[in-house]
Write a protein that binds this ligand. Structure first.
Ligand code: SAH
Length: 253
């Protein structure tokens, strides 16, 4: 059996209890080396075999899983954040299906949630944005034509941009091209959310590239953009004294 597990954004106590239990029971752990906190490997049994997938191809990862399965052993495939975002799990799952190897998936706290926590921010403020666009800038990995950053930026919604900090000049340019954000629209960069070396940089779309450079951030960071980082919003209906819900009768004013 193979267990895909989300490691969370970095802090070892942000893994789920289920994920931690699976690590403790694993005969083999294949972890995404550059981003998973090595402290989590401390949960492994002494005899657990550990591989760093940063140095492996898909074929090599699958070969380890097949070998473990043949020996009746359990493998944990440990991905950073939640495996469903940029985790390359589909290709592993399809290969396991073809081999008749069973697997399951334990979610984790994605770094986009870790970044919001680092900023004490709410992505979905009433009247500001009720939508979060999770995307990336095209680089060596292409992005479908209809999802180009500039066209997504035309919505003016909250945006969280993964895997793109090394292309920060192009990101800034595309965000402005969209037409809905302005030089003065708030933005932030969160480096290594929830790690001891976490860093947050608050800036605007117009100063995104220069602020990122000034902070010396070149990897493991998210770019977040939108007026949710500003000061204007309306309070929620849910907790408004005059609003009636299924659980509470609103006061008349
Ligand atoms: N599955 C992961 C994302 C993997 S892609 C998740 O759910 O978070 C790797 C990218 O995620 C990095 O390039 C960076 O943009 C972002 N990332 C991962 N961990 C991060 C962290 N702790 N802080 C900021 N960004 C992070």
């Amino acid at each position: 059996m193979v267990h895909f597990v989300g490691a969370g954004p970095g802090a070892p106590d942000l893994i789920t209890r289920r994920g931690a239990a699976l690590l403790q029971q694993a005969d083999c752990i294949i972890y995404a080396g550059s981003l998973v906190n090595p402290a989590l490997l401390g949960l492994a049994k002494p005899e657990c075999i550990i591989y760093n997938s940063a140095e492996m191809t898909l074929e090599q990862v699958l070969a380890v899983m097949r070998q473990m399965e043949a020996e009746g052993k359990t493998t944990v495939r440990l991905h950073t954040g939640d495996p469903c975002l940029y985790g390359a799990i589909r290709e592993q799952m399809d290969a396991l299906d073809a081999d008749g190897i069973s697997y399951d998936d334990t979610p984790g706290v994605s770094s986009f949630c870790g970044a919001a926590a680092a900023l004490n921010a709410e992505y979905t403020l009433p009247t500001v944005s009720q939508t979060v666009i999770i995307t990336r800038m095209e680089g060596r990995t292409p992005v479908p034509e209809k999802e180009k950053l500039a066209s997504l930026a035309a919505h003016g919604a909250t945006m969280v941009i993964f895997l793109s900090i090394g292309l920060i000049d192009k990101v800034q340019e595309a965000l402005l091209q969209g037409g809905a954000y302005h030089e003065s629209t708030p933005a932030a960069v969160v480096y290594k959310a929830s790690w001891p070396e976490e860093k947050t940089v608050r800036c605007t779309v117009g100063t995104l590239a220069s602020s990122t450079r000034a902070a010396g951030i070149t990897k493991t960071a998210l770019i977040v953009v939108g007026d949710f980082l500003g000061t204007q919003y309306e309070r929620s209906k849910l907790y408004d004294p005059t609003f009636t819900t299924e659980f509470r009768k609103g006061e008349s004013v």
